[in-house]
Design a protein around this ligand. Sequence first.
Ligand code: OOG
Ligand code: MG
Length: 254
Amino acid sequence: MIDIKETAAILDQAAKNANAIAQISTSQSFSEAEAYKIQALSISQRLERGEQLIGYKLGFTSRAKMIQMGVHDMIWGKLTDAMLLEEGGNLQIDQYVHPRAEPEICFLIKKEITRELNLLESKSYLEAIAPALEIIDSRYKNFKFSLEDVIADNCSSTGVVLGKWHSPNIDFSNLGMVLKVNQKPVHIGSSAAILGDPLRSLVAASRLITTFGETIPAGSIVMAGASTPAVFVEKGQYIQAEVQHLGTVSINIQ
Ligand code: OOG
Ligand code: MG
């Protein structure tokens, strides 16, 4: 049996110190349910150090991401205030293991979600939407993991850059999304790549998170998942995510 407490502490320390560890699943077998227990415990260590929970993220909501990482299912993780990066600001690459950037859409939640929503009602739970960049940084060597490994590692969560909030009362089911490095497009996609409509990601979040007995509080954010593959970032790069009608969000890699 995997030692949940010990594994959570190892992953928490790896994230805190930005050092890569061996994949857990190569030496121990554990279930998805155990992986979420490890995740919960490692996040509770961050909260004990004073970090605040600000929301949730979904992962592998697009085929592009599933194919890139070789996994087959959606996952969810938790976001804390320590992960927020200033829009247009700097990312100090030496504080990370091997960070990657990906273009996303972020939701701001208007009323607490306590149960699985259906697609029609889900929009009424939105206060706003914003273009976003997610910085992911697997704590596993070579950025390689099984689905259980990545769940335990809080879905590689590391950084979130949020653009301007917009009214959710637009059709955002098929917006062009571009990931640029030094002003050059490297991945071009559409918000439709996120489960056919990013709102479905909110529906998935409502199902997955409430299944675990948790709710999504009003005022929290939910990252819908990347629409294109992620890119490794390097010192000196200027990374932008551009979402049609929602604008651009950027970060400088230092
Ligand atoms: C896991 C996180 C996946 C997304 O948007 O699909 C994710 C990873 O790729 O390391 O954040
Ligand atoms: Mg992501």
